[in-house]
Design a protein around this ligand. Structure first.
Ligand code: IMP
Length: 447
């Protein structure tokens, strides 16, 4: 039995969807613990492609329970669209459970998000515009609407009447936007409530119960470490805690129940939205990575900024998350690159710096110090074990493991489930993997 957290080790979009999908096979319960419809992954089932933003992809396994935890923020309109899409494929959603204490994204949150971004001008964050920040802001300000409020028609009507009149002042006076009609919003959300009611539970109790029955739980992080509200590149971050610690707060589970943490990182780096990105590539190689890696956001369709692998933020992610092992994704995207660079440290004001600087101004002034490695210039997408990889590709992986001081357990070489090298079963296997931090291969290769 093992309870595992999967987190993004960079700025999100690391390919967590594929890794959690793979690991969901061994999980009895999959839990989302933070974020909202800013996240997204694409799923293909029997030729049908659809996008999920809130529902864990574990829903596709008939016996897996999926829980949207209390640390998430829920846009009911989007969630219902996802439920409809899944049910249309004759896949049951009976196993989907929604925390009654998760906060709800309201129409004014989406309006505030977009209007505030416009006002920020050059200081904009580049949000997804889905109302995430304002929903979490209301949670902190203690004016939020929770799922359990939706379940009480009388209480919700009173609460929303007051809240919307209050929010209308900001809409009209600050943003010059037309006010919302409280009655229209109340009617809309009461309709959503009835559709969601059968799924609403005390999720902390449900998770605790699963643990007592020795079931395997997979905690699925959205976004990534560098987008964490407390530990990311503030203010260019999201408004929740994608780091492993967020899984406990966002589910109501104590840290002693967690067995291991799996980090997911791309073989290079991407970032969407604004904010410093030391290894960003603006020329031909950046375009090549973007095209080969299909680097366009699932939620907004925005082109992702691409750059070399940054081992400084990688080491930081290992530290902040207490990462046990790593899944490296999209190695195949580097197949055609002549020479690959890896950022091993930064130069700040003429001095070498090995650690991630927490201040955003200091981070913006970092110049990457690169080590250049020869590319392998051949396809890796059909490799199924480490020994199939070209020597330079294997050397590249060893170098990353050595720099980040964490073993690599999974290597992904394409979107499909079989384009994967499983070095160790990260859920049931021992807390070690094929590539040791010092880069020494272990004799159990390809087991
Ligand atoms: P928000 O979460 O919509 O408030 O956006 C804040 C920042 O996080 C922006 O830079 C977004 O581009 C980024 N962001 C939010 N969700 C994701 C994601 O799932 N992948 C990558 N970036 C994201």
């Amino acid at each position: 039995m093992a309870n595992v957290i999967v987190i993004g080790a960079q700025w999100g979009d690391e390919g967590k969807g594929k890794i959690t999908d793979l690991l969901s096979r061994s999980a009895d319960v999959v839990v989302r613990y933070q974020g909202g419809v800013n996240a997204g992954h694409t799923i293909v089932v029997e030729g049908n492609t659809f996008k999920l933003h809130l529902i864990p992809s574990g829903i596709l396994y008939p016996d897996t329970e999926c829980i949207i935890g209390s640390g998430t923020v829920i846009d009911p309109q989007v969630l219902i669209t996802e439920l409809d899409q899944i049910e249309k494929l004759n896949i049951s959603t009976d196993n989907l459970f929604i925390s009654e204490t998760a906060h709800v994204t309201m129409p004014y949150h989406r309006l505030f998000d977009r209007a505030a971004e416009e006002r920020r001008g050059n200081y904009k964050i580049g949000t997804t515009g889905r109302g995430i920040g304002p929903t979490y802001a209301d949670k902190s300000e203690r004016t939020g609407i929770r799922v359990l409020d939706l379940m009480d028609p009388q209480g919700l009507s009173e609460q929303l009447e007051w809240t919307i009149n209050y929010k209308n002042v900001i809409l009209e006076k600050l943003y010059n936007l037309p006010p919302l009609d409280p009655q229209v919003v109340i009617k809309e959300y009461l309709g959503y409530a009835e559709r969601l009611r059968p799924h609403v539970v005390d999720s902390s109790l449900k998770i605790y119960d699963a643990i007592q029955h020795r079931r395997n739980i997979l905690f699925e992080g959205a976004q990534g470490t560098l987008l964490d509200l407390d530990h990311g590149t503030y203010p260019y971050v999201t408004s929740s805690n994608p780091v492993a610690g967020g899984a406990c707060v966002g589910t109501g589970l104590g840290p002693t129940a967690i067995d291991r943490v799996i980090g997911v990182a791309k073989a290079y780096t991407t970032r969407v939205g604004e904010g410093p990105f030391p290894t960003e590539l603006e020329g031909e190689v950046g375009e090549l990575l973007c095209a080969r890696g299909a680097e366009f956001g699932t939620t907004t369709g925005r082109k992702r900024r691409c750059g070399w692998f940054d081992a400084v933020i990688g080491r930081y992610a290992v530290r902040i998350n207490g990462m046990d092992c790593l899944a490296i994704t999209k190695l195949d995207v580097l197949d055609d690159v002549e020479e690959i660079k890896v950022c091993v440290a930064y130069e700040i004001d003429g001095e070498r710096c090995e650690h991630f600087p927490t201040g955003s101004r200091r981070f913006a002034s970092c110049r990457p110090i690169y080590k250049t490695i020869p590319g392998w210039k051949q396809s890796t997408s059909d490799c199924r074990k480490l020994s199939d990889l070209p020597k330079q590709a294997l050397d590249y992986l060893k170098f990353l493991a050595e720099l980040m001081e964490v073993p690599i357990a999974i290597v992904s070489l394409g979107a499909s489930r079989d384009q994967t090298i499983i070095v160790e079963d990260p859920i049931h296997g021992p807390k070690r993997a094929l590539l040791h931090p010092d880069g020494t291969p272990v004799s159990t290769v390809n087991a």
